[in-house]
Design a binder for this molecule. Structure first.
Ligand SMILES: [Zn+2]
Length: 284
């Protein structure tokens, strides 16, 4: 079995603040250690139910160079580097093709989640909301739909309790490894590192068993699919609409309709890369 793990940083054990998540900030080195340990916990849990499984891990945060390969579980291959449209068009899901199951480790609630810990979608300064066929989704829903393009179910996600409504909306049997109780944008009640990793490993093991027992469904929005993004500012929507296939439908809304969710996500990611004010560091 080949399992894909997309790892973000906001939902990692003990992380509640940007100082723990960006290069050059005081808590960053510890944040990278924690992110690597959470991914390893998911791998170890999955191996209990599927000995011999292989893993592809995509570093899906910021510049894509956070996970520590020297400490990464030996069964995993690592997708790293910036999520630029030309090099990693699938961004956080790069490397997923050919896998049978997906885990999202260290994920966070979508833009606009009230009291959501570090809540945003894709690019916080640009995006106010994303919708798939009218359903408001965050990175969980977007990447679950990309996985669903290849009929790959999302077995488990780890992060704060505020992710629960997004999982319920997908209704695919995905398990939540809840490692934090969010108090607000940068505050949470966090499990100890040891307990948190045990929770992640248990959920990963249970997810593999759920797959084996046919209790997981891939998330597959009806086709053709329409993906819409509300931007914060009108100029951002205007810039996004310069990408072929993208239409500006309202002052701050752009829309893509495509024959596959994969195509919709590829086009919209490209549009969002274009909508930045200037090329940000995390795309370099
Ligand atoms: Zn993210």
């Amino acid at each position: 079995m080949r399992i894909f793990i997309s790892a973000d940083m906001d939902g990692i054990t003990g992380i509640t603040h940007p100082d723990q998540m960006f290069e050059g900030r005081p808590g960053y080195a510890a944040g990278c250690e924690a992110m690597t340990a959470d991914v390893n916990a998911a791998i170890e849990g999955a191996l209990r139910a599927a000995p011999g499984a292989e893993f592809v891990v995509a570093d899906g945060h910021s510049q894509g160079r956070n996970l520590l390969i020297e400490k990464l579980h030996e069964t995993a291959a690592l997708v790293c580097g910036p999520m630029h449209e030309t090099s990693r068009p699938l961004s956080q899901a790069q490397g997923i093709e050919g896998c049978q199951l997906a885990f999202f480790v260290g994920y966070h609630a979508k833009a606009g989640t009230e009291g959501g810990l570090l809540a945003h979608t894709w690019a916080g300064p640009v995006i106010a909301d994303v919708r798939l066929n009218g359903l408001s989704v965050g990175e969980v829903g977007i990447n679950a739909a990309v996985a669903g393009h290849w009929d790959i179910p999302l077995g488990m996600i780890s992060g704060a309790h505020d992710l629960r409504p997004e999982l319920d909306a997908l209704n695919c049997g995905t398990l939540l490894a809840q490692t934090k109780q969010s108090y607000g944008r940068t505050a949470a009640l966090c499990l100890s590192a040891k307990k948190s990793r045990a929770v992640i490993a248990e959920a990963a093991e249970a997810a593999v068993r759920a797959l084996q027992q046919g209790r997981l469904e891939p998330f597959k929005p009806a086709l053709p699919v329409t993906m819409e993004v509300d931007t914060h500012r009108r100029e951002q929507a205007q810039k996004a609409a310069q990408v072929p296939g993208v239409k500006q439908t309202e002052e701050r809304t752009v829309s893509v309709t495509a024959e596959s969710t994969l195509q919709a996500a590829l086009t919209m990611w490209k549009a969002m890369c274009h909508a930045q004010d200037e090329a940000p560091n995390w795309l370099k």
